[in-house]
Design a protein around this ligand. Structure first.
Ligand code: EPZ
Length: 422
């Protein structure tokens, strides 16, 4: 892509990747046909659909809808080749234990942003009575004859995945489960509302103390996936970088409170509606410090996009990454475009430069890759971003949407590169 034009116009985001994947896993708990709408057309959803099919579910996709019939499951194993492709496959652990009483799920292994351990998932499920063994890179888990038993679980850290696995297992456990220090991300709220609609009894949704009264079974439901706040934030940063005005629709603006505040602190003008936000910037970008934290703190999934913003802001700022241990991978690629970034452990010191220069770079991970494309929108000259399969995992029609806003960006045919026409 070629840096330069202000992006202007309106773009609608898809359903949230980090909700859709868990709703698909939760459908395993329902002996019938679940219908999900507003499902994004991204490769992670394809992988999760493959996991469900391996387990015996029937999955039919039409446009942005998924029909999942989990009436009969024929396997309890999530194979390594799929879990290695997508860590979120571990979200089938709780549902399989709740539905079948047994599960064999490959350990996810690390990825480009960190070790991605699941010790809190394991400890929490053991508290509910699950017997676990780690063997040959798999978790072999079994529920005792007496079934899952509700318990009081306090998480060491508000882990999104651990909260979700425990919530799903607790829904069909006997008795009451209390999850303390639960993660509060909006996608977890979406999952909880889905489960309640299917007959679960969940209190404290959206808070850090979630109470679940186990029920016997769940009934088929239809559910619309909430809008993707991170996709929305990504396009708002594109507007902030180039000046806009860019309007992003189709998501709950209250889910991006702190991100919107940071954009305003950096000198952007925002018009905030309930399900839409317009961003424009006429003056210089001001540097502000960023600390990533569990929700409602600044989302780690927006860290890379803000590093691209800070790379051309007036002044210096410190980004502190508190959630993942290795989420500055893409900074090295941004530095190839002229960004002035010094990494010290969990801190990145970003000093704004006058302009970035286009260069060939490679996506290191999903959000880092998207951030490199954003940087290419304002860099002088052509930027070619490689390994864009990372981006395709979580962004539907990313090139088309950016082009519709006036960006000069295209996808090279038959290779995994974005490039621009200058
Ligand atoms: C989810 O990952 C999201 N993925 C991530 O989005 C997101 O960055 C993350 O939550 C935090 O918001 C999906 O929902 C599919 P965690 P998850 O469990 O569940 C450590 C994206 O770009 N940890 O909250 O894996 C872990 O290593 C992706 O869309 C343990 O140590 O996040 C990490 O450092 C990237 N032990 C931290 O906690 C555990 O048992 C946060 O992990 C679990 C987690």
């Amino acid at each position: 892509m070629c840096g330069g034009p202000r992006l202007t116009g309106e773009v609608a985001v898809e359903g949230a990747k980090n909700s859709a994947l868990k709703l698909m896993a939760a459908s395993l708990m329902i002996p019938g046909s679940t219908r999900l709408t507003n499902v994004p057309q991204i490769s992670d959803v394809d992988v999760m659909a493959e996991v469900l099919v391996r387990l015996g579910a029937r999955v039919v996709r039409s446009d942005h809808e998924l029909h999942i019939d989990a009436s009969t499951l024929t396997s309890h194993e999530a194979p390594y080749e799929l879990v290695a492709k997508m860590r979120a496959s571990t979200a089938v652990l709780g549902p399989l234990l709740a539905r079948l009483g047994v599960a064999r799920v490959a350990l996810p292994g690390g990825c480009n942003i960190g070790s991605r351990k699941i010790d809190m998932h394991i400890h929490g499920l053991e508290t509910l009575g699950v017997e676990m063994e780690l063997e040959h890179g798999y978790i072999a888990a079994r529920v005792p004859e007496s079934g899952l038993t509700g318990a009081h679980v306090t998480l060491d850290f508000p882990s999104v995945g651990a909260t979700e696995n425990l919530l799903m297992a607790a829904v069909l456990a006997r008795g009451t489960t209390v999850i303390e220090n639960a993660a509060r991300e909006p996608e977890i709220g979406d999952l909880a509302h889905f489960l309640v609609a299917a007959g679960a009894r969940v209190d404290g949704i959206g808070t850090s103390v979630v109470t679940v009264e186990g029920v016997e079974r769940l009934e088929p439901v239809e559910h619309r996936v909430i809008g993707d706040r991170i996709e929305a934030g990504t396009f708002l940063v594109a507007g902030a970088l180039t000046g806009g005005p860019v309007t992003v629709t189709g998501f709950g603006s209250s889910h991006l409170d702190i991100v919107l505040r940071k954009l305003a602190d950096m000198g952007c003008d925002l018009e905030v509606g309930e399900d839409r936000v317009t961003v424009r910037r006429d003056g210089p970008l001001r540097a502000v410090d960023i600390q990533t934290l569990p929700y409602p703190g600044f989302p780690t999934d927006m860290q890379a996009q803000f590093m691209a913003l800070l790379a051309i802001a007036d002044g210096g700022a410190i980004i502190t990454e508190n959630v993942f241990e290795n989420r500055f991978m893409f900074a090295g690629e941004l530095a190839r475009m002229g960004a002035d970034i010094r990494i010290e452990g969990h801190h990145a010191l970003v000093k704004g430069v006058k302009a970035l220069s286009g260069a060939p770079v490679r996506s290191t991970d999903l959000r880092g890759g998207a951030a490199l494309v954003l940087a290419g929108l304002v860099a002088q000259g052509e930027t070619v971003v490689g390994d864009i399969e990372h981006i395709d995992r979580g962004y539907e029609r990313f090139v088309e949407k950016l082009s519709s806003l006036g960006a000069s960006v295209s996808r090279r045919a038959n290779v995994s590169d974005f490039d621009g026409i200058c």
